[in-house]
Design a binder for this molecule. Structure first.
Ligand SMILES: NC(=O)c1ccc[n+]([C@@H]2O[C@H](COP(=O)([O-])OP(=O)(O)OC[C@H]3O[C@@H](n4cnc5c(N)ncnc54)[C@H](OP(=O)(O)O)[C@@H]3O)[C@@H](O)[C@H]2O)c1
Length: 261
């Protein structure tokens, strides 16, 4: 993603009223407890250009991404996204600290990664420079842990808290899907404002069992073409409606806030 943000961005509210919205007011809205995702899409429904979201994100979108992050207790990210986007440490900027402290939040959001393979580099900055020890949510591979998986788990345990969740098979037997277990593990650690930046496979897990409560969608003023991914993959076709609760315009970017019904 682009590393440049547009600190002076103003958000014009289109729905439900046409008032101007300050960044601080928006941050307060995003501080409501819940499980929300924040994703950017092209007009023609692609999540990526050149395999990354960065081609779609501009300084206005990046500022909005930071604002949503800085409202969260924890940022939940799938390993595929962390690898593709080269995630660094998750930190809040100085200007966000007063709002976070007033809301009783830690200065910086925690980072929680979801991975089955544990193919994550323990020396990468998202671990090495993290203000909090990240969580890595995983499950024992079906068929049992092999030597490689065990070695990766031991290496990651030096830099992260490893949380073992029920695997897909165990989840099916116990009647709970992976998404519910992921959210429960975060709530058990005191995180009530859960923000996920995807990607599509992780959102598929969350959508499948109704764990995703709110979607922030940035519509980049771009027609991407190509065969980029959709926002939610791997979930069985089972349409659920969403209610539009806010529509903002910032430059040519449209930001919609939907609540799942
Ligand atoms: N436009 C946007 O806003 C946006 C946002 C995010 C991502 N993206 C793009 O989406 C692409 C990545 O897509 P993706 O579907 O691969 O992303 P993803 O959901 O972040 O990654 C999938 C990987 O995450 C882990 N994972 C996800 N859900 C899991 C679960 N329930 N249990 C265990 N592991 C789980 C697995 O990791 P392991 O392979 O380690 O087992 C899985 O292979 C990239 O091109 C990225 O740039 C775009």
């Amino acid at each position: 993603m682009t590393e440049e943000s547009a600190p002076g961005a103003t958000y014009t509210q289109i729905w439900p009223t046409t008032e101007e919205f300050s960044a601080a007011e928006l941050a307060d809205l995003y501080r409501a407890p819940g499980v929300r995702s924040n994703m950017v899409t092209s007009i023609d429904g692609s999540l990526t250009i050149g395999g990354r979201a960065g081609g779609l994100s501009d300084p206005v979108d990046f500022e909005h991404l930071l604002l949503a992050r800085e409202s969260a207790d924890v940022l939940l990210v799938g390993a595929g996204t962390a690898r593709a986007e080269g995630y660094g440490p998750v930190t809040a900027r100085d200007k966000a600290l007063a709002g976070r402290r007033a809301a009783g939040q830690d200065d910086h959001p925690a980072l929680a990664l979801v991975s089955a393979s544990l193919d994550l580099d323990p020396s990468s900055p998202m671990f090495a420079d993290a203000p909090h020890r990240p969580l890595v949510l995983t499950h024992t591979p079906d068929g049992g842990a092999d030597a490689d998986w065990t070695r990766r788990r031991e290496a990651l345990a030096d830099v992260a808290e490893i949380v073992l969740l029920p695997g897909p098979q165990a989840a099916a037997e116990h009647g709970s899907a992976g998404g519910a277990a992921i959210v429960a593990a975060l709530r058990e650690r005191g995180h009530t404002r859960i923000l996920t930046e995807g990607g599509p496979a992780l959102l598929g897990t969350l959508v499948t069992d109704g764990a995703l409560e709110e979607l922030l969608v940035s519509y980049s003023p771009t027609v991407a073409g190509g065969d980029g991914r959709r926002m939610v993959t791997g979930a069985p076709e089972s349409p659920r409606g969403a209610r539009l609760v806010l529509l903002l315009k910032a430059d040519d970017l449209l930001i919609a806030r939907y609540r799942m019904r």
